[in-house]
Structures are given as C-alpha cells and as structure tokens.
Design a protein around this ligand. Structure first.
Ligand SMILES: *Cc1c(COP(=O)(O)O)cnc(C)c1O
Length: 474
C-alpha cells in the first residue's frame, strides 16, 4: 500500500539506494542475517505518528508491534519531545554517583515504587532491559553473599526465555543460538520447561491446569540436579514474549511462587514486555498475583522514545544493600540519566492522564482479543492466545490433531512477509505471529490490523497449498 506521509519524508530512489549501500557496508544489525540483509537492502523508516510508520519510499505500515513491544503511547507525542528538550536545556547530563541526585531520577524512582506491588520500592536505573537483568542477577548474588551463602549462585531459568544479550542475561535466556554462537553461559543456569501448553502440554495429554502444575514443579527437579545449597534465584517473564508469547495456565504462577518460598529462592520477574500496562495491569506480576523479590523493566518505561531501564528491589535485597556498610560496587554512567528520566516521567504522565492502562484492561484490550479470535477459523490457525494488547496466532500444519509445520518457521516467515507487503508489521517467532500494538490504537485501527492479518494468513495458506514456500514441502 502506498499512502503518502503527511510531510516530506520520502527520499529519492537514489538516496534510498545510497543509504542501503552504506548500511550494508558499515552497519551490523541486531539479530539479523547480515548477508541476506545486504542482498535485499534494509527497509529505511523515516517517520512515525500514532500507530503508523512510513518508509523512505513513502509506504505506510500499521505497527502491530509498537516498535519492539515498547511504544505504549504511540509515536510522535509532543509532550515527551518537550520533556526531553526542556531537560536537555536545564540539565543535559549529570550522574547519580558520589552522593548526587537530580529531581528527575528521584521523582521517577518514587513514581515507579508507587506502581509496583507492595514492598518493591527501591530502584536502580540502567539503559536497557539486558542491563536491568544483569543488575538483577548481580543483586541476587550480592544478597546471597551478604547472607553468608555465597554458593547459592545457580539460577533457575526457562526454555524459550528472553532476558537480553549481555553475557549474564544471555546465560539465563533460553534461545539456543545464543549459546551455540557465543559459548557456554557464564552464569550457572538450570533451564526448566516453559509453560507452553500448546506444545509439550498437548504432547503430554494434559489439561492446561494439569500442565501448569507439571511445568511449575520442574523447579524441584532443578534443585535436585544442582544439589543442595546451590540454587539461589529464579528469573522468569510473567508472560514469555520473544519465546512466542507463552501465557501460563492459571495453576502455574501460584505453584512457582509457593515453591520459591518453600525453597527460599529469590524470584526475579522480568517485566520488560509485560510492564507498564501491556496486559491491562501496570505489571504482569499484578495480573498473576506474583510477589517477586526483584522486578526488571525497560521498553514501556519510556515508550521507547529514549533508552532506559530499571531494576526494582523488594525488602530482602533492598535491606541487604542499605545495610551493606560499604559502597555497593555497581552502577552505570547513565543510571538515572536526567533526560531519559524526564521522558519516562512524561510517558507515565500520559499513560495516567489518558487512563491507558484502564483502556487496555476494559476497552481496547478486550476488543482486540475478541477481534483476534475471529481469525481462529482460518486455515492453519492452531491456537490464538493473548491478554490485554498482547496477541499471538500460532500456525500449524494440521489443527486436529495438532501437527506443527516441519521445518518450523518457514510458514511464519511467509505470512509475516505478506503482512509487511500489505502494510502491517507483525513479528514471527517460529510459526507464531505476534502482535503488541500501541495502547492508543483505535477500534477502527484494530479492525484494519485484523483485516490485514487475515489477508496475510490466507495468502500464506495459499502459498503453502501451492507448494510455493521455500524450504517447506507440502
Ligand atoms: C527486550 C527484552 C529484554 C532485553 O531488553 P534490551 O533493552 O533489548 O536489552 C529483556 N527481557 C525481555 C522480556 C525483553 O522482551
């Protein structure tokens, strides 16, 4: 679809070609096959407003992913722009080392503490979700050392988890290429099964509730495997995002929480995707009634306008830090950066004033979920799952009984490519299509999104029936 953007951000074909050539030569992209990218040329975005993006050739896209799950308040909000500009003029930078602070970081820490579950009220800032998780894992080590149990360095994590790419965050993530390419995890980690009912749950012939308990009780197997006095910490996303939007059965979180308490394991909730209203609650921990010891957050904290993240500690860890009797040797040059903190405050102000969390919970979230489920009769649609403004469509070769495509991932990619060509940005994780639109998406835009997704799924099914998907035999 070619819709001209509202102002002049269309580049000449020569200019687009020049940028693509420079990009191929000099720019390493995250999680990309660089050779394939260079051959095709990057899609170059030049403008964004509300829920739409425009590329350098003037094509418009409905952003069904809110960037990378982060643009809660939509693109181009003047209030956030103003906050950044004003703060850059007033206090372009100062650090929070050496007993210094500034109103922005202080106010933001207090605002975050208001929103998190009770007791989680001590905040350390960083620049990305990976760094926030790195901080959380370090603070867990700090806690166990302070408690006189320095051997409890093992971490329980999960298959299909995504916690980021620093050496520590990658160690506890559960996406295989992350170790195949970079060597063994640096943090001793035991990975348990993900609460992915549509996968192993069905294979085990279990109901979702039975499977939720089985998946949770893998903690006990991990404890056994590590040996006594080794496991100190568990890290988990309330809803696994990049692993395919895995929403645990109702029985899962209460059992995980119970087992962590019973075995005195610190629980880190990675709220980088599930935080700041995405599920219709401020945090995923509140949706599932989880009481973590540490929470990490990033993406929605600033709606992606500037990079910032936070690690929020509950009383156990906070007390250990407060009573350390010495300086805690951790912190980043940009911890609590005034500009990013000011943008985060403006972002939270918009979310609150416009009642966006309530909107996701009571209005646009339920509407989106209802419309998403109208796709369930389409060919190859196996499971549709979602909550709030998170949605996933898992495609399978056959639905009854469920049989995945072999190899995995080709169908998802084919459908995603159709969507992109038609002006909808979705993400494919294997054969699961993921949606996570901005909170300001209108009912009409949800209708447009669902219509474009439907069209892409039908086109993919057609390709498959015609044997036209490369590498995927009919
Ligand atoms: C994106 C993400 C991260 C990593 O955040 P970065 O800012 O990319 O370092 C960590 N955890 C989850 C759940 C994420 O989705």
């Amino acid at each position: 679809m070619t819709v001209m953007p509202p102002n002049d951000t269309v580049l000449t074909p020569q200019e687009t070609a020049r940028l693509r050539a420079l990009d191929a030569r000099h720019h390493m992209h995250p999680f990309s096959d660089q050779a394939a990218l260079a051959a095709q040329g990057a899609r170059i975005f030049t403008r964004a407003k509300g829920c739409y993006l425009w590329d350098s050739e003037g094509r418009r896209y409905l952003d069904g992913m809110a960037g990378l799950w982060c643009v809660q308040v939509g693109y181009g909000r003047e209030e956030l722009v103003e906050a950044a500009a004003r703060t850059m003029r007033d206090l372009s930078y100062y650090n929070t080392f050496f007993q210094c602070s500034h109103p922005y970081a202080t106010e933001l820490a207090a605002r975050i503490a208001e929103k998190t579950p009770k007791g989680l009220d001590y905040v350390m800032f960083a620049g990305s979700g990976s760094e926030a998780n790195d901080t959380a894992l370090k603070m867990a080590r700090f806690y166990w050392t302070a408690r006189g149990e320095p051997n409890r360095q093992w971490v329980v994590a999960r298959v299909r988890a995504y916690h980021g790419v620093t050496l520590a965050a990658a160690s506890v993530s559960g996406l295989e290429p992350m170790y195949a390419q970079f060597g063994n995890p640096v943090i001793p980690t035991l990975r348990m099964m993900a609460p992915y009912w549509y996968g192993p749950g069905i294979e085990g012939g279990m109901s979702p509730d039975e499977f939720g308990l089985t998946a949770a009780r893998q903690i006990e197997k991990a404890i056994e495997a590590a040996g006594p006095g080794k496991i100190g910490t568990m890290i988990a996303e309330p809803i696994q995002g990049a692993g395919g939007l895995l929403i645990p059965p109702d029985t899962y979180w209460p059992e995980v929480q119970r087992l962590c308490a019973e075995h005195d394991i610190l629980l880190i909730a990675d709220e980088v995707v599930s935080g700041f209203g995405r599920t219709g609650h401020w945090f995923g921990s509140q949706l599932f009634d989880i009481q973590p010891d540490i929470m990490t957050m990033a993406k929605g904290l600033t709606s992606g306008y500037v990079p910032m993240s936070a690690t929020v500690m509950g009383p156990k860890v906070a007390d250990a830090v407060r009573n350390a009797g010495t300086e805690v040797a951790h912190g980043y040059t940009y911890s609590g950066h005034p500009v990013t903190a000011a943008v985060a405050l403006a972002n939270l102000e918009v979310i609150e004033r416009e009642g966006l969390v309530e909107r996701v919970r009571d209005d646009i979230g339920p509407y989106f979920q209802e419309q998403l489920r109208t796709l369930s009769g389409l060919p190859h649609v196996g499971e549709i799952r979602g909550v709030g403004l998170l949605g996933a469509i898992e495609l399978v070769r056959e639905t009854e009984p469920r049989r995945f495509f072999d190899p995995l991932g080709r169908m998802g990619l084919a459908v995603r490519n159709h969507a992109t060509a038609n002006g909808l940005i979705m993400r494919a994780v294997g054969d699961t299509l993921i949606l996570s639109p901005p909170f300001v998406i209108s009912h009409a835009e949800v209708d447009e999104l669902i219509a474009l997704a439907r069209k892409a799924i039908l086109a993919g099914a057609d390709d498959y029936a015609g044997g036209r998907i490369q590498g995927l035999p009919r």
